[in-house]
Design a protein around this ligand. Structure first.
Ligand SMILES: [Zn+2]
Length: 336
C-alpha cells in the first residue's frame, strides 16, 4: 500500500511542475507567434510528461494494489495467476492459466462454498490436477466436494494414507467420478499447458510414522511452479526437520513467491530455508483469531528481515499473484 501512495505522490508532483512551467511561458509571450510557439512547446512538454507517467504506470513491474475486489485486471492470454484463496487456517491455492488450472489443497470440510464460488466466478469448470499436499483435514477437507462437482482430470494423493473420514471421502469421490488418482514421485513434472510444475520432494526421507497424525506435516509434497523467470514454492506444512533435509539434498528451492509452510508456525520456515528460497513475496494462509497462535511473530520477522514482503490471508483476504513470466504483481481483496 505504501508503494501505491508514493507513486501517486510522484505523479501529482510531476503534473504540478508541468502546470507551473506552462503558465510562466504563456505569460512571457508578447506576440501571437510567440504565444502560439509557447503553446505548442507546452503541449509537447505535457504530452511527453504524460507519456512518461503512463509508461511508469504501465511498466511498473512488481507492485500491488488492493481492497474492493475489482482491482484485478483480466488476465492476458500469456498471464498466469496464482491465487491463494482465503480459507481461514487452512490451505487452498489455485494456479490458473488460459488453458488450465491446478488446485493445490482444498481447505477444511466447510470451505467448499468459498472454493466453489471462487472457481465459478472465474469460470473454471475443469481442473487439470487436484493435489493434496498431505493427509490433514485443513488441506483435504473440501476436496471430495471439489471432485464431485468439477471435472478433475487427475487427483494426486499424499504418499501416506490415513483412515480418516475426510481422506476416505476424497478417495470415494474420485472412484465414483472415475477420476484417476495416484501418488506423485519427486522429480516429476505433471503436464500443464503453461509453465512447469515440479514435484521437488514428497517428504519420504523424513521417516514419517503415518499412525501419528501430527507427523504428517513432514510428508507434504513440496512443489515448485516456474513460469518464465518467475517461480513459486508450495511447501504444504513442511516443518524445520524436512526443510533441513531438502537443504541437505541441495534442492533448487529458490523462488520469487513462497507459500509459507504450516500457516506461519514457528516450527517451520527456518532461517536457512528462507536463505535458500530468498522469496520476494511470502503468502501465509492463516485464519483470523485462530487457536494455534498462527502465524508466529518470529516467522513473520524472519521473512521480513530476509527482505520478503509478507501477505497474510487473515489481513489481505484472497491474495492473487499475476505473472507474465517476467514481472510479478499482487492484488488482494482485503479481509472480510
Ligand atoms: Zn495445515
Amino acid at each position: 500500500m505504501a508503494e501505491k501512495k508514493t507513486k501517486t505522490k510522484r505523479k501529482t508532483a510531476r503534473v504540478k511542475k508541468t502546470r507551473r512551467y506552462g503558465t510562466r511561458y504563456a505569460a512571457d509571450g508578447d506576440t501571437l507567434k510567440g504565444t502560439l510557439l509557447g503553446l505548442a512547446i507546452v503541449i509537447a512538454f505535457v504530452a511527453v510528461i504524460a507519456g512518461i507517467i503512463w509508461i511508469c504506470g504501465g511498466l511498473g513491474g512488481e507492485g500491488e494494489s488492493g481492497s474492493g475486489g475489482s482491482v484485478e485486471t483480466p488476465a492476458a492470454v500469456s498471464d498466469v495467476k496464482v491465487h491463494f484463496i482465503d480459507v481461514g487456517n487452512a490451505d487452498c491455492a489455485l494456479i490458473e492459466c488460459a488453458d488450465g488450472a491446478i488446485l493445490i489443497d482444498a481447505g477444511e470440510y466447510d470451505d467448499f462454498g468459498k472454493i466453489a464460488a471462487y472457481l465459478n466466478e472465474r469460470g473454471i469448470e475443469r481442473l487439470n490436477y487436484v493435489i493434496a499436499t498431505h493427509a490433514h483435514g485443513d488441506h483435504m477437507g473440501a476436496m471430495d466436494d471439489v471432485i464431485l462437482k468439477y471435472k478433475v482430470d487427475e487427483l494426486i494423493i499424499p504418499t501416506k494414507a490415513v483412515d480418516e473420514k475426510f481422506y476416505n471421502d476424497v478417495i470415494s469421490a474420485a472412484r465414483s467420478r472415475g477420476v484417476p488418482y495416484r501418488i506423485a514421485a519427486p522429480g516429476e513434472t505433471p503436464a500443464f499447458p503453461t509453465g512447469t510444475l515440479e514435484v521437488l520432494d514428497d517428504g519420504s526421507d523424513t521417516s514419517v510414522d503415518e499412525s501419528k497424525s501430527e507427523e504428517l506435516n513432514n510428508n507434504s509434497y513440496v512443489l515448485k511452479f516456474t513460469y518464465g523467470k518467475t517461480s513459486f514454492l508450495f511447501t504444504g506444512d513442511a516443518e524445520r526437520k524436512y526443510e533441513l533435509e531438502m537443504l541437505g539434498k541441495g534442492e533448487d528451492l529458490d523462488a520469487d513467491v513462497l507459500k509459507v509452510s504450516h500457516h506461519g508456525s514457528n516450527d517451520a520456515t527456518c532461517s536457512d530455508f528462507i536463505k535458500a528460497v530468498t522469496p520476494k513475496y511470502a503468502v501465509i494462509p492463516v485464519g483470523r483469531d485462530n487457536s494455534y497462535g498462527h502465524p508466529s511473530k518470529k516467522t513473520v520477522s524472519r521473512l521480513q528481515n530476509a527482505g520478503a514482503k509478507v501477505y497474510r490471508t487473515d489481513e489481505f483476504g484472497d491474495v492473487v499473484v499475476t505473472t507474465d513470466g517476467k514481472k510479478i504483481s499482487i492484488t488482494y481483496d482485503g479481509a472480510n
